[in-house]
Each structure stands twice: as structure tokens, then as C-alpha cells.
Design a protein around this ligand. Structure first.
Ligand code: GLY
Length: 254
């Protein structure tokens, strides 16, 4: 398994109006730009070519580019975000993925999916049913995946925003697990790297070509992932945390 490409979108000034349930104050745009640059550098240091899309002021959450597409080895699937304010983000992404894929599929209303709710484990895709992803959207996705010899299964979320808020697959059967997923029997078969609740934000980390990018400032999570044998790159993404955004949300990796 190797990723060769990533897509990111620069934060917009309008990000201060982004959706959030966090009580961490408003993001600082200049700091967010600096942090985004560091994030891109971290991706590049993992050996992927990064396509950097222009900021889109019309969509405050559009820097969280992961939610609007699922990029599999065989096809691109444009999602249909459950958050109404984010639905228009897909129009530009449809054009962007044409540079990389000939097979492009779409999730259609009344199906809704945000790809922060999708975790790839080899040829299998776990799909979180959340406030942003509904059963109809998940079933459309499974139908599409099966056309390409891929599979999907559902995971009911209780509390977190997206599936990958509390789970991260680090390849080699290693799974970062936190919060409500600790007791989920569907994830017992993995080598689990359990993240304590006080560092739950760090459960949203990303594996890229045997390195793991984690948010800066979470020493317990860092030590556990180091102990599992990974090289770690830390990136400060505190401005994005203020918008409920994690490391994975900031890129598409494929
Ligand atoms: N602010 C990221 C999201 O809620 O979609």
C-alpha cells in the first residue's frame, strides 16, 4: 500500500464562520494559513505529490476537503455532505478529480455522506452513520464499492462528529481507537492503539507510507504510536480544531 498523491484546499478567510461544536473560540486565519503550510510540508515529506486548491470563500468549511470525496484505487466517489452549508463544495471537486480518475461516481440525495465517516482498511470501507451520513447514502456507497470489487459495512455513531474522529487505521492491522469505539466489538480484531479520552483529538491521525502524522501537543498518544513502531511527524493544527476539524479532514490521500 502506497499513497502517491494528496489534495488539499487552502483555508478561506470565511473559515471563521465554519461549523463547530467546539468551545475553543474563533480560528485565527493567519495562524491557520501557517499551520496549513506546515501540514502540506508534512504530507510532502511522506512522499506524496500535493495538489493545493485555491481557497473558496463561498464555503467556510471547504478546507476540510476529505469530506467531499472518497478516492479509492479504482474510482473517485463524490459524496453528498450531510451539512447543507457544505453541499456546494462538491461541484468544484467533481472537476478536480477528473485530473486523476476516469471512473467518477456520485452519492445522490436523499443519500448523504461525508467521507470523514469512511475508513479504508484494505479493500473494505467502514462507513459511520452519523449526523452527516445517513443509511441511504451508506447503502449507495456500498453499491458503488461492490461494482469495483470493494466492500463496505456500517458503524453506528453515538457521539462523535465523524467515524474518523475516533478511529485511524495505520495499516498492518494496527488501529488507533478512542472513545465510543473502544467498546465496539467490530474493532476487536485489530491490534488496538488505545488513546485516552483526554487526548481524544489525537485519535484523528493519518498513516502515509509508513509514517504517521499526528496533531502536536498530545504526548500520551504520541508515545503509544511510537511504541507501535511508527515514525511520527507532529503538526500543529489547533486553528482547525476550533472548527471540529482533524488532521485527516484536511486532505485526500490516494
Ligand atoms: N467544521 C467542519 C465541519 O463541521 O464540517
Amino acid at each position: 500500500m502506497k499513497f502517491t498523491n494528496a489534495i488539499v484546499r487552502k483555508p478561506s478567510k470565511s473559515m471563521v464562520q465554519g461549523l463547530t461544536s467546539a468551545n475553543l473560540g474563533s480560528p485565527n486565519y493567519q495562524n491557520a494559513l501557517r499551520q496549513h503550510k506546515s501540514y502540506v510540508a508534512a504530507l510532502q515529506s511522506c512522499g506524496v505529490k500535493v495538489k493545493i486548491l485555491d481557497a473558496d470563500e463561498n464555503y467556510p468549511d471547504s478546507t476540510f476537503v476529505e469530506d467531499v470525496a472518497l478516492l479509492t484505487p479504482h474510482c473517485a466517489i463524490i459524496t453528498n455532505p450531510g451539512a447543507p452549508s457544505r453541499r456546494g463544495e462538491i461541484e468544484n471537486m467533481k472537476h478536480v478529480v477528473k485530473d486523476f480518475y476516469s471512473e467518477i461516481e456520485e452519492i445522490k440525495s436523499p443519500g448523504f455522506i461525508e467521507a470523514g465517516d469512511i475508513m479504508m482498511v484494505g479493500k473494505h470501507y467502514y462507513i459511520g452513520l452519523s449526523a452527516r451520513t445517513n443509511r441511504e447514502g451508506a447503502q449507495q456507497l456500498i453499491h458503488i464499492l461492490e461494482k469495483y470489487d470493494l466492500t463496505g459495512s456500517l458503524v453506528k455513531l453515538e457521539k462523535v462528529l465523524h467515524l474518523k474522529t475516533g478511529l485511524a487505521y495505520l495499516e498492518n492491522n494496527n488501529l488507533v481507537v478512542c472513545g465510543e469505539f473502544l467498546s465496539n466489538t467490530g474493532f476487536q480484531k485489530f491490534n488496538r492503539i488505545e488513546i485516552p479520552e483526554e487526548e481524544s483529538y489525537a485519535a484523528n491521525c493519518i498513516w502515509i507510507n509508513d509514517k504517521v502524522i499526528i496533531p502536536a501537543g498530545y504526548p500520551l498518544a504520541k508515545q503509544k504510536i511510537l511504541d507501535a513502531g511508527y515514525d511520527i511527524i507532529e503538526v500543529d493544527v489547533s486553528e482547525f480544531r476550533k472548527l471540529d476539524g482533524g488532521l485527516s479532514c484536511l486532505s485526500l490521500r490516494f
